[in-house]
Design a protein around this ligand. Structure first.
Ligand SMILES: [Zn+2]
Length: 363
C-alpha cells in the first residue's frame, strides 16, 4: 500500500492538443512541444502499475471567470475565436490548431482540480500531467507553448474560493517561470521561486534582481544557473535557497511547476539532471510540505522534451510523492551520473550565493 494518497490528473484530451508542429519556420516536423513525452510518461506509470496505486482525478475545465482572474477578456476571446476556426498563434512561439481553447481550459482546470482535492484533504498530494503547459503565459498573450497560465489560474482560484492565502510556487522547469512571477510579483502572500538556466527563455527574463515589488518585495526569487549545471548545483540550490525560503515563508500550500527539461537529454535545455536528482528534489518538497503545511503539495507538469528520458524522471517523482518504489530501474542513470562536472562548481556556487543573499528579505 502506498505511504501517501497521491492524486493523479490526466485526460486523453491533453494529448489531442495540436501545437502546430514546430514554432519556427523550418522543415515540417512534430516540433518540440508535442504529446510524446507526456504520453510516454503516462504509459510508463501504467506499465509499472504505479498508476494503479494513485487516486485518479478527473479534471474539470476552468471557467472563463477562473481564467479572467489572470487573463484579459480580450485575450480569452481571441483564443476562443481562433480555436473555433483553424487555430492560430496565441502570441509568441505558441501556435495551436482548432480545439485548443477547450483543451487549454481543461489543462488549467486540471491544476485547479488537483489543488482543490489536496486542499480539501481528499488526497495527500497530487501530480497533474496536464498539457498545454502554462508557466510562460501572460495576461494578454501566450508564450513558449503556453496558452493559459495553469498554475497562476489555479492559485488565484484557491485564494478566491478555497480560503488558501499563503502559497509558495517552486518552478524547476529549465526555463524561467515568467508568467507565474508576473501574476504574483506584488503579492505579499504568494512566494514565487524559479530555478532555471540563465537567460534561456524568455530572453532577458529571470534575473536574480527580479525580486518582487511593492507589497510583494522580496517574495520573488530567481536562481538563474549557468548552462551545464548538474545534480550537485541543483541540490545545493535547493538546500541553501529554495528550502530555507519555504521554511521562512511558511506557506499553507506548495505548488511545483514541474517542467522536466533540466534533464541531461533535453533538446532545449543544457543541464544534466537525472531521475535520482528529481527524486531527491521531490523528497525535499514532500518533507517541506509535511513540516509546513500538513503535506499539501501539488506538482503541475510544464515542459520537458526528451521523449526517452522524461518518463523515467517523471516516474521517480511520482514514486516519491506516493512513497512507493516500482521495480523499474532508470536505464540511463549510470550514464548521466558519470558525466564530468556533476558536482557543484565554483561559478555555480556563485550564482546560488547571489540568490541566497535575498533570503533575508522574505517576511
Ligand atoms: Zn521549459
Amino acid at each position: 500500500m502506498p505511504k501517501r494518497k497521491t492524486g493523479f490528473v490526466f485526460d486523453e484530451l491533453y494529448m489531442w492538443h495540436d501545437s502546430g508542429g514546430g514554432s519556427f519556420p523550418t522543415q515540417p516536423s512534430a516540433g518540440f512541444e508535442n504529446p510524446e513525452t507526456k504520453r510516454r510518461f503516462y504509459n510508463l506509470l501504467a506499465a509499472t502499475r504505479l498508476l494503479d496505486n494513485l487516486e485518479s482525478i478527473r479534471p474539470r475545465p476552468a471557467s472563463e471567470v477562473d481564467l479572467a482572474r489572470f487573463h484579459t477578456h480580450e485575450y480569452i476571446e481571441l483564443i476562443r475565436q481562433l480555436s473555433a476556426r483553424r487555430g492560430g498563434d496565441a502570441g509568441e512561439l505558441t501556435p495551436f490548431a482548432a480545439g485548443a481553447f477547450e483543451i487549454a481550459m481543461l489543462s488549467a482546470g486540471g491544476v485547479m482540480t488537483a489543488v482543490e482535492e489536496v486542499v480539501k484533504g481528499a488526497i495527500d498530494n497530487a501530480y497533474a500531467l496536464v498539457r498545454p503547459p502554462g508557466h510562460h503565459a501572460e495576461p494578454n498573450r501566450g508564450r513558449g507553448f503556453c496558452i493559459f497560465a495553469n498554475i497562476a489560474v489555479a492559485l488565484m482560484y484557491a485564494r478566491a474560493r478555497l480560503a488558501v492565502d499563503r502559497i509558495a510556487v517552486v518552478d524547476w522547469d529549465v526555463h524561467h517561470g515568467n508568467g507565474t512571477q508576473l501574476a504574483f510579483y506584488e503579492n505579499p502572500e504568494v512566494l514565487t521561486i524559479s530555478i532555471h538556466q540563465d537567460n534561456l527563455y524568455p530572453m532577458g527574463s529571470g534575473a536574480v534582481s527580479e525580486n518582487g515589488s511593492g507589497p510583494g518585495a522580496g517574495l520573488n526569487l530567481n536562481i538563474p544557473m549557468p548552462p551545464g549545471s548538474g545534480v550537485g548545483s541543483y541540490l545545493a540550490a535547493f538546500e541553501r535557497v529554495v528550502v530555507p525560503a519555504l521554511y521562512k515563508f511558511k506557506p499553507e500550500l506548495i505548488v511545483v511547476a514541474s517542467g522536466l527539461d533540466a534533464n541531461a537529454y533535453d533538446p532545449l535545455g543544457r543541464m544534466m539532471l537525472h531521475s535520482e536528482c528529481y527524486r531527491r528534489l521531490t523528497n525535499m518538497m514532500v518533507r517541506g510540505a509535511s513540516d509546513l503545511c500538513a503535506g499539501r503539495l501539488v506538482l503541475a507538469h510544464e515542459g520537458g522534451y526528451a521523449e526517452s528520458y522524461v518518463p523515467f524522471c517523471g516516474l521517480a517523482i511520482v514514486e516519491e510523492l506516493a512513497g512507493l518504489r516500482t521495480e523499474v530501474c532508470d536505464p540511463y542513470l549510470e550514464l548521466v551520473q558519470s558525466r564530468a562536472y556533476q558536482e557543484l562548481q565554483p561559478h555555480q556556487e556563485t550564482a546560488i550565493e547571489r540568490a541566497r543573499e535575498l533570503l533575508t528579505r522574505i517576511k
